[in-house]
Write a protein that binds this ligand. Sequence first.
Ligand code: NAD
Length: 477
Amino acid sequence: MDGRLTPGSGGTFETLDPATEEVLGVAADGTADDMDQAIAAARRAFDSGTWSVDVAFRARCLRQLRDGLRRHADELRELTIKEVGAPRFLTYGAQLDGPVGDLGWFADLAESYEWSTGLGRAEPMGIPSERRVVREPVGVVGAITPWNFPHQINLAKLGPALAAGNTVVLKPAPDTPWCASVLGTIIAEETDIPAGVVNVVTSSDHALGARLTEDPRVDLVSFTGSTATGRNVMVSAAQTLKRVFLELGGKSAFIVLDDADLRAACSYAAFNVATHAGQGCAITTRLLVPRAAYDQAVEITAKSLRRIGVGDPNDDKTLCGPVISARQRDRVESYLELALKEGGSFACGGGRPADRDRGFWIEPTLITGLTNESRAAREEIFGPVLVILPYDGDDDAVRIANDSPYGLSGAVHGGDLERARGVAARLRTGTVSVNGGVWYAADVPFGGYKQSGVGREMGVAGFEEYLETKSIAEGIS
Ligand code: NAD
């Protein structure tokens, strides 16, 4: 906070390794008082410093941060595997190296961005005027993040928010405080980012996030988390009419068209849902297959999921590690019970793996026999759980895919590219993958339609979420 490493006034709280339940150590337990000071520091740094107007300095600081994080990559990698339970292979991509590199993209964007656009002369109401539009930072950003991809989500907020000239108070999830503490430490000790520009408040108390949404000194809340919490954030932020940017949950569909390579498509769907134990908002968790191919698709997908199994996140070959906590495991298990009550059955998985007595584990699971009306097919489970649903024709596939309160992502696999593109175009979602294409990158806007979110993260659109627009007209005599 305010450029210093500060003990939490609530003492400390423990952070665990979800694969073993081993206590890794403790993190600072921030309180409402700490949050108050952090917001005050961010406000001061925005209102009194030159941070908000010095683009070249900000770009330099962002590159310094990227380089600092890269210097600590080995230590961060081990920490991420331990604290998040993230499979090692993912740390070479979206769990660590990807988002660290993306800071450079935001630095480049800040330097090349058209901060001021001339609109030329006009005579509105007969008064000669020279007009221009300038873009300015919004002010103090409250960033609230979840535990599933902590570096990716923390940096996808810090990168554009800082590049745009804002100051930030980051409140990470209580499950992954160390990922954020190390980030704060590197900022404080190894970059020229001025005091107060970034404040990280770790806490065991979820309610500290709510303080960011209520406080009138915060101009924008950038939230990633569940749709239920996102709704609370929006309600609370309405009291001070602050801007909200929400990245929420999903229940994305993976459509296998009848001319697709069924084996390749179903194996890919299994790989997708098992990755990081299904703890990704954009993971495809409903597999839609032609009715005639249903039984064969069940067989292929279940076989793939069984083969994937669960594994030690330390191991290079592991795809599906633990889920983050006992609470999350219980939540997934309650959905598995619900699926059975709703008339579903398990083609594979369905509970905890027999060979793991420590840690929080769920076997990769395929649920059959449900319709899209069941709660297990509609609600976000956030575990390695795939629901397979039959459809009759492309229109029906599109109807089922779109019959969801969510609209985050989706996938279409087909032999005829034009036809697959046509189906993808009809999906009401913020991202779509066609035939295995990967949209995740710094320059690609990411976000949700419907109850999956408001606004976009990443890309130029994501950067502009953190900007205000000011129009200036000068009278010409
Ligand atoms: P969560 O909503 O429980 O918590 C997210 C963050 O909000 C945490 O830091 C938490 O402490 C804080 N929080 C809790 N109550 C709050 C309140 N009333 N006001 C303000 N902040 C509050 O989510 P989670 O369990 O940490 O993460 C899993 C969820 O995140 C899933 O639903 C997943 O889909 C979603 N997610 C979405 C994206 C996306 O980009 N769309 C990315 C990752 C995760």
